[in-house]
Design a protein around this ligand. Structure first.
Ligand SMILES: [Zn+2]
Length: 488
């Protein structure tokens, strides 16, 4: 990592002269296997008692049949606490002294919203292959990634390949609800086995799409280098209920509503964190000329003072909801409950507020902020989530990032912008990246989409991917396994 930007020029960081690599993939056969995978409804519902054991067991059995060489060569463990439906595969490397790497994806999918069912052009769990696409819930988020990894490994094993360093595959079963049972537990297990350094982790994030980042029309491959923390607080007011004919001046609902209004009026201040600086160091030189001085100020700025150009950047980013979230810890009021009858004063009122914690803030700091903003002892505050802190920031100058950029260019060519970026959501890999032994987590969904419209299938309707692009995704992971030798 460069310790200081002082002497650096604001020039393009794009890797030059990478030759594309052609890899032959039997994509028809692979598409059929992904289609079968979609047919197991491995749904994560918000109500965790609604868990389809049969879907996960069937899916696990299908994987064994579909990838015989992987299951002959790699050790497979079913882990998770309390429910053991996450999968940890160990592909023993030739040199046990080298720190291992981790390839991640998740088995679970989000439910289909009933009111949207009739908008699907294919049954969401049919795995239909039609019009050049594979259709269904999970083909983009995130069974595509599980299967691209397994297809690539199956090909490599047939060729007699053994990696130099140990590769783990980690496939969680509850990513869509934060991963408290699956990957969090697997990270504990690996740590418990004495692994004190993981060289490189890859997990899902944004796919390659033209226009994926506001303001960039070109095709881009964004590599996530840091993820926000997560916490949900329950706010509650408990007091006298009673008959609505003789109400107090301020009801429990009124007190809680006032508290929430005060909290929303006390937003966390905007800051430019280190991951955002890295992002604009790489992205900035590829953006329109007239804004370059501003991006340069962000890239080379420091936390001790905010320059005029940085203030301008903050104003621009804060004007849009997606980019605003990059600048601070966000406050989202997601649930509000009280009352059961029109003439009864409820004895309690509760609300849930979800926070995505920016680097530099902490859970304790957020709770202190909330208490101060509300400033009312009648409101009780409780952490009800499997909360996680903001993660470490992966090194965009390191060999892991370079290897990934090279693999992206070998697979998709050089007509695209590759840049690190700050992830305002998070995936299962945050459980690795939040710990000191695995800071270098890079997140990208290794598939090319045609347009932002197609990206709407992600948690939405008509989730689908092009069969040919799925083939390219397999080639990407195959090439990444080759390039692992370059990791330092
Ligand atoms: Zn996902």
């Amino acid at each position: 990592m460069t310790a200081s930007f002082a002497d650096e020029e604001f020039t393009s960081m794009q890797m030059k002269g990478v030759e594309p690599v052609e890899i032959k993939v039997d994509v028809e056969a692979a598409a059929k296997r992904l289609s079968r995978a979609v047919q197991f409804p491995t749904i994560s519902n918000q109500d965790r008692s609604d868990f389809d054991v049969k879907a996960f067991e069937g899916y696990h059995q299908f994987l064994v049949e579909a990838y015989p060489n992987v299951h002959k060569t790699l050790k497979r463990e079913k882990l998770g606490k309390p429910r053991p439906y996450s999968l940890l595969y160990t592909w023993e490397g030739k040199d046990p002294s080298l720190p291992p790497v981790v390839f991640m994806a998740h088995q679970d999918v989000v439910p289909i919203a009933e009111e949207s069912r009739d908008q699907w052009k294919q049954e969401p769990f049919s795995g239909a292959i039609a019009d050049g696409y594979i259709w269904g819930r999970g083909v983009l988020d995130d069974k595509n990634q599980i299967h691209a990894i397994l297809e690539a490994a199956e090909m490599k094993i047939k060729e007699g390949f053994q990696p130099n360093r140990t590769i783990y595959f980690v496939f969680g079963h509850d990513e869509e609800v934060g991963g408290p049972e699956g990957v969090k537990h697997i990270v504990d297990v690996l740590e418990g086995r004495g692994i004190n350094e993981i060289a490189f982790v890859i997990d899902e994030s944004a796919p390659l799409i033209p226009g994926v980042f506001p303001g960039i029309k070109e095709n881009s491959a964004l590599i996530g280098i840091a993820q926000k923390g997560y916490m949900s607080l329950q706010l509650s007011v408990n007091g006298e209920g009673g008959h609505s004919s003789q109400p107090p001046e301020h009801s429990n609902i009124g007190i809680l509503a006032a508290a929430i209004t005060k909290l929303e009026n006390t937003q966390f201040p905007y800051k430019i964190n280190r991951a955002v600086r890295y992002q604009y160091r790489f992205m900035g030189p590829e953006l329109p000329k007239e804004k370059q001085p501003m991006y340069e100020a962000v890239a080379f700025g420091n936390d001790s003072k905010t320059t005029e150009l940085e203030k301008k950047f903050i104003d621009e980013m804060a004007a849009q909801q997606v980019t605003r979230a990059m600048l601070h810890t966000t406050i989202a009021v997601t649930m509000f409950n009280a009352g059961i009858k029109d003439n009864v004063l409820p004895p309690s009122a509760t609300a849930v507020v979800n926070f995505r914690i920016a680097p530099g803030d902490s859970k304790e700091g957020v709770i202190a902020h909330v208490k101060q903003a509300i400033d009312d002892d009648r409101v009780q505050i409780k952490d009800i989530s499997a909360s996680t802190p903001p993660t470490n920031i992966a090194d965009p100058y390191g060999s892991g990032y370079k290897m990934l950029e090279k693999t992206i260019r070998q697979t998709w060519g050089n007509d695209l912008i590759v840049s690190p970026f700050f992830v305002i959501g998070g995936s299962d890999s945050k459980h690795f990246q939040a710990r000191p032994f695995a800071p270098n987590v890079y997140t990208i969904t290794g598939i090319q989409l045609e347009s932002m419209e197609e990206f709407g299938g992600f948690h939405g309707v008509n989730e689908r991917i092009l069969v040919d692009e799925y083939g390219r995704s397999i080639a990407f992971f195959y090439q990444l396994m080759n390039n692992l030798e370059e990791l330092k």
